[in-house]
Design a protein around this ligand. Sequence first.
Ligand SMILES: Nc1ncnc2c1ncn2[C@@H]1O[C@H](COP(=O)(O)OP(=O)(O)O)[C@@H](O)[C@H]1O
Ligand SMILES: [Mg+2]
Length: 238
Amino acid sequence: MTLRVRGLTIDHGAIRAIASASFNVPKGSITAVIGANGAGKSTLLRTISGLKRATSGNILWDELAIDHLQTEQIVRAGIVHVPEGRSVVTELTVFENLALGGVWRLRKNKADVNEAIDEVYELFPRLAERRKQRADTLSGGERQMLAIGRGLVARPQLLLLDEPSLGLAPLVVEQIFQTLAQLQRSSGMTILLVEQNAMSALRIASQGIVLDQGQVVIADDARAIMNDTALRHAYLGY
Ligand SMILES: Nc1ncnc2c1ncn2[C@@H]1O[C@H](COP(=O)(O)OP(=O)(O)O)[C@@H](O)[C@H]1O
Ligand SMILES: [Mg+2]
């Protein structure tokens, strides 16, 4: 399943957040959308997942036009969004938070949900160790793992991740990104990763899309973007 974005324009009132963006997210890839604060990254993800309506343009998930579907229908089509801010339910335990991910599943089979939760525990052993602890006892990195894990319990075909590195220490970021790379390799899942942290994101991505003030300035091989000094200086700040 390939995600195709065609001529997508998204406004917040008078503010144009995304201007006529076109790109593909190929099946089984990690595609990184990178750009500064305010570039339009979150607006883009919120629109793909149906939380926000586009002004014009199309979003296709293989043959299915998803730009007019409800969020729930989009989830059922296999697209799961992990929003920015690693929001988890602090009063609930790690296990209970993960079980919430099963609510969105097409077939709410308890054994199946438990199997998906066990897979998350394998991917993030820290969560397994803390399965009975309340989420408010977790570190920032562990909360991010929990937010991602909850998304995975819905068994997405396309995982939309909004700035999982934000506010985390470099070592924790590295650990989470390596786990995402491992997940992608073992499951073949398609991941659209939105990040300000260009270096970390491009390192695990096969494709990069640079967003600047709502415009796609380049969509290319991740390695090519990393090696393009002028581009890096102009848009990525390093
Ligand atoms: N709910 C909103 N209402 C009005 N303007 C918004 C809203 N959300 C985002 N914006 C504006 O849209 C632009 C893109 O924001 P956003 O998508 O959050 O960027 P990013 O995630 O890349 O930081 C910014 O100019 C931001 O101020
Ligand atoms: Mg954002």
